[in-house]
Write a protein that binds this ligand. Structure first.
Ligand SMILES: NC(=O)c1ccc[n+]([C@@H]2O[C@H](COP(=O)([O-])OP(=O)(O)OC[C@H]3O[C@@H](n4cnc5c(N)ncnc54)[C@H](OP(=O)(O)O)[C@@H]3O)[C@@H](O)[C@H]2O)c1
Length: 178
C-alpha cells in the first residue's frame, strides 16, 4: 500500500482504534467516521472526527460531501447495509481502495455467498476491493476471539500486504470457533 493523501476509517474509534492510529503513518490525513467525536480525539489528536450516524443516509451524504474524496476507505459496519457500503465505496477516488472489515460469519465455509454479497459494494467501480475477515485464535486448550489489538494489527497488516482477502487469526477448522 502506497502513501495516501486521505484515508477514512468508518467505525474506527472502537476495536479499530489501533488501526486508525497506525494509518497516520501512511496517510497525510486520516479521518474517522463515528457518532462520538470525543472517542476519536482520544485515540490521537491528529485524527479528524467525521461525526454522523451512518444509518442516516442524508447525514452521511452531507458528511462525505464536506470531505476530500479518500484514496483509502476502511469500513467496519454493522449489518448487511448494501446501500451504505455502496455509498462509501462510491466516494473512493479512481485507483483507490475500499477495505471491508467483516465478522467471523463471513469466514464460514458453508456460506461463500456472504463474501460475494459484500464485494458487490464495489461492482463496476474503478477501485480495488479488499475484504478482511476477523477470525479466532486456536490455543492448546480451546479457542478464543481476537483481542482489539490483534484485530487492529491484523487489519493493518492485511492492508499493507495488498491481499484481496485477509484473514485475521484463523477460520479453520470452522468447527473450532469459540
Ligand atoms: N471475530 C471476531 O473476533 C469479532 C468480530 C466482530 C466483532 N468482534 C468483537 O465485537 C466487539 C464489538 O464490536 P462493535 O462493532 O460493537 O464495537 P466497536 O468496534 O468497538 O465500535 C463500533 C465502531 O463503529 C462506530 N459506530 C457504531 N454505530 C455507528 C453508527 N450508527 N454511525 C456511525 N458510527 C457508528 C462506533 O463509534 P460511535 O459509537 O462513536 O458511533 C465505533 O467507532 C468488539 O469489541 C470485537 O472484539 C469480534
Amino acid at each position: 500500500m502506497n502513501r495516501v493523501r486521505h484515508a477514512l476509517v468508518v467505525g474506527g474509534s472502537g476495536m479499530l482504534a489501533g488501526l486508525s492510529r497506525s494509518l497516520l503513518d501512511i496517510g497525510d490525513r486520516v479521518s474517522v467516521l463515528a457518532r462520538s467525536a470525543h472517542r476519536v480525539r482520544a485515540i490521537a489528536p491528529t485524527l479528524e472526527p467525521v461525526i454522523c450516524d451512518y444509518n442516516d443516509a442524508t447525514a452521511l451524504a452531507e458528511a462525505l460531501r464536506d470531505l476530500p474524496p479518500p484514496g483509502l476507505v476502511v469500513a467496519w459496519i454493522h449489518g448487511r447495509a448494501p446501500e451504505l457500503r455502496r455509498a462509501l465505496a462510491s466516494r473512493v477516488v479512481p485507483g483507490g481502495r475500499f477495505v471491508q472489515v467483516l465478522g467471523s460469519a463471513h469466514g464460514d465455509p458453508s456460506h461463500p455467498e456472504r463474501l460475494s454479497e459484500m464485494a458487490a459494494a464495489t461492482e463496476s467501480l474503478p477501485i480495488t476491493y479488499q475484504a478482511v475477515v476477523l477470525g479466532f485464535v486456536v490455543e492448546a486448550h480451546g479457542s478464543r476471539w481476537l483481542t482489539h489489538e490483534e484485530i487492529s494489527t491484523g487489519v493493518f497488516r492485511a492492508i499493507m500486504a495488498d491481499v484481496p482477502l485477509g484473514i485475521v487469526g484463523t477460520v479453520e477448522p470452522w468447527s473450532a470457533r469459540p
